[in-house]
Design a protein around this ligand. Structure first.
Ligand code: GNR
Ligand code: NI
Length: 181
């Protein structure tokens, strides 16, 4: 298992639409394990493959608290079959947008079909945090970020801040990006 570097806003990779997975094999399960390890290390409660630079329709979620037994879930080619009319609001964050949080309104419950890590077709009826997290992660598979669900004013502010951060301190370097300008 290995921890992979996270892709951070405004990297255009995050806007890619991820591709359906054609076969659930050992290499894919290895990627799922690496994603789980990366998510636990961060730490976060969910992670989409595109956040580690793999444009594949796979996501992992573990909602167990730190003092609870881990409960890793792998979702391959997830599809929302139904959404509740009822909405719920959660304060969301994203490992690709570090240290920024905002309230997002989404359907309070969703029915999702997916393949599990054995390639077996499954269906889940999720509510509460699981419903929110699944929708947040499925958005990633479509190149959508939680800031796309907040006001344009707030979104523009966040994007501007992360563009400046990337300019001042390019990823993989500890030194400032430029000497002047
Ligand atoms: O760790 C995460 N926490 C979180 C909190 C509320 C709603 C969604 C999330 S997902 C996020 C990890 C992440 O960025 N997944 O893509
Ligand atoms: Ni996210």
């Amino acid at each position: 298992m290995s921890i992979k570097p996270l892709i951070i806003l405004p990297d255009p990779v995050l806007r890619q639409v991820s591709k359906p997975i054609e076969r659930v094999d050992g290499a894919l399960r290895k990627l799922a394990d690496d994603m789980l390890e990366t998510m636990y290390d961060a730490p976060g409660i969910g992670l989409a493959a595109i956040q580690v630079g793999e444009p594949l329709r796979m996501l992992v979620i573990d909602l167990a608290k730190e003092d609870e037994t881990p409960a890793p879930h792998v979702f391959i080619n997830p599809e929302v079959l139904d959404s509740a009319d009822q909405r719920s609001v959660y304060e969301e964050g994203c490992l690709s947008i570090p240290d920024y949080y905002a309230e997002v309104e989404r359907p309070a419950a969703v029915r999702v079909k997916y393949l599990d890590r054995d390639g077996k077709l499954q269906e889940i009826e999720a509510e509460g945090l699981m419903a929110t997290c699944l929708q947040h992660e499925i958005d990633h598979l479509n190149g959508v970020l939680f800031i796309d669900h907040i006001s344009k004013l707030k979104r523009d502010m966040v994007v501007k801040k992360f563009k400046k951060l990337a300019r001042d301190k390019p990823s993989g370097s500890k030194a400032p990006g430029k000497l002047v300008g």
